[in-house]
Write a protein that binds this ligand. Structure first.
Ligand SMILES: Cc1cc2nc3c(=O)[nH]c(=O)nc-3n(C[C@H](O)[C@H](O)[C@H](O)COP(=O)(O)OP(=O)(O)OC[C@H]3O[C@@H](n4cnc5c(N)ncnc54)[C@H](O)[C@@H]3O)c2cc1C
Length: 396
């Protein structure tokens, strides 16, 4: 009889849940997910939680395979040499293999006053707190959203749609990933919602006070509630555990997603940095990487050679409140095409993408091994080669 293999998955987000479900293909693998909450958080709904249109939680029984054990706790240290983790409750859990999928959270506040006076949105608890603050704030009060990426855009639009007095300060371009045509549409949506959009790096926020924000161009804007959405940071668990990370703290892996320090540790999602060339942080990327991380372990357990990750990022979608959206199609090299869907079609596609994330996890729980994703095959190997040769990649 073959020996049972224990796999511990640290983090029960998109990457961790997908990986855990996929591992149940083998009856002789025991899977334990360790996560600080007893509910799954679809983080791409957190701006809706802030706006009061979604509670942004899903029962684990709807997305996690029955055979997977859930431990509600936080890992405080990974002991790679001893093959065990220590948790916040003081427990020790041993493993044969570990999947590192701790995701991301609020970016460190990089301007004076932001840590004290700006509210983040990137975690369930942060979004719940902000919701309470807004509940106690007059509808006419000025609300400033800092960050022109997807989280800032969606949060600003959600609040403007409710009739709040919103200013979005991008710190650069509005939706840097968007094609210029789609960006014009985004500006039109904000104008229709009555929100002010300030673009350009000259007008980036330089300081946050209790009731105002200061901009690089010398302006001071009144702001009763200031919301910080500029970037995500990752937990420092890998670095604290003595594992090598990229400059942002993501676990460094090879192209099979295996830690460069330890063949028994595999990483996926926002907290992974394959070849020091991390994929875009997104739910779609996270669950595809989660599936590949599981495949790497399953191959290793079977005595086979794991394969390199091959993943294309086909599109990005944004909601502009509950009535409009933009679904921006992308080239395989992660640049935007001229093609995008807006208005009702964009909104429907955005909603479909949010639902699809949960459905893919649920399907994998029932039929482990069934998830497939868009392959690239070309651009990533080209980028890796170019970096190795220290030349500029020819982009097709
Ligand atoms: C407001 C908002 C809107 C977004 N919109 C989109 C969108 O439209 N499309 C899109 O693709 N992406 C979107 N994203 C990004 C997307 O949600 C993330 O990229 C995705 O959640 C990453 O998945 P993950 O599994 O890597 O990490 P997460 O979903 O962050 O899951 C990681 C899990 O690990 C847990 N964890 C952390 N530390 C520990 C520890 N020490 N021990 C145990 N568990 C731990 C965390 O609590 C969490 O449950 C959005 C994010 C936000 C905040």
């Amino acid at each position: 009889m073959s020996k049972n293999t224990d796999v511990v998955v640290v983090g029960g987000g998109y990457a961790g849940v997908m990986a855990a479900n996929r591992l149940t293909q083998r009856d002789d693998v025991t899977v334990t997910v360790i996560n600080p909450r007893s509910v799954f958080v679809p983080r791409l709904r957190l701006h809706q939680l802030v706006g009061g249109t979604h509670d942004a939680v899903v029962d684990y029984k709807d997305v996690l395979a029955e055979r997977v054990r859930l431990v509600v706790d936080s890992v405080t240290r990974i002991d790679a040499a001893g093959r065990k983790v220590t948790t916040g409750e003081g427990d020790t859990i041993a493993y044969d293999y570990l999947i590192y999928a701790v995701g991301s959270g609020t970016a460190g506040h990089r301007v004076p006053g932001a840590a004290e006076f700006a509210y983040p949105v990137a975690t369930l608890e942060a979004a719940q707190r902000l919701r309470t603050v807004l509940f106690d704030t007059a509808m006419t009060a000025p609300v400033t959203v800092i960050g022109g990426g997807p989280t800032g855009i969606e949060t600003a639009a959600e609040l403007a749609e409710q009739g709040r007095n919103v200013t979005l300060i991008c710190g650069g371009a509005l939706g840097p990933y968007l094609h210029p045509k789609a960006r014009r549409t985004a500006r039109k949506y904000f104008a229709g919602l009555g929100a002010t959009v300030i673009e350009g790096s000259d007008a980036a926020v330089t300081a946050v006070a209790r009731d105002a924000v200061e901009l690089g161009d010398g302006r001071t804007l009144a702001s009763e509630v200031t919301i910080w959405t500029a970037g995500f940071d990752v937990p420092d668990l890998a670095a604290r555990s003595g594992l090598r990370t990229d400059a942002a703290g993501r676990l460094l892996t090879d192209e099979t997603l295996t830690s460069v320090d330890d063949a028994r540790i595999v990483a996926a999602g926002d907290s992974s940095a394959p070849s020091d060339l991390p994929f875009r942080m997104s739910a779609y990327t996270a669950y595809c990487l989660g599936a590949h991380a599981a495949d790497t372990l399953l191959r290793r357990i079977a005595g086979e050679q794991p394969t390199p990750i091959d993943l294309a990022f086909p599109a990005m979608c944004l909601s502009f409140g509950r009535d409009a959206g933009i679904y921006q199609l992308g080239h395989k090299d992660e640049t935007a095409t001229r093609l995008y869907f807006s208005g009702f079609a964009g909104k429907k596609l955005k909603e479909f993408a949010c639902e699809a994330g949960i459905k893919h996890l649920a399907t994998e729980a029932r039929k482990p091994g069934s998830h497939h994703w868009f392959k690239d095959g070309k651009h990533r190997p080209q980028l890796l080669r170019a970096r190795r040769d220290n030349t500029v990649a020819p982009v097709a």
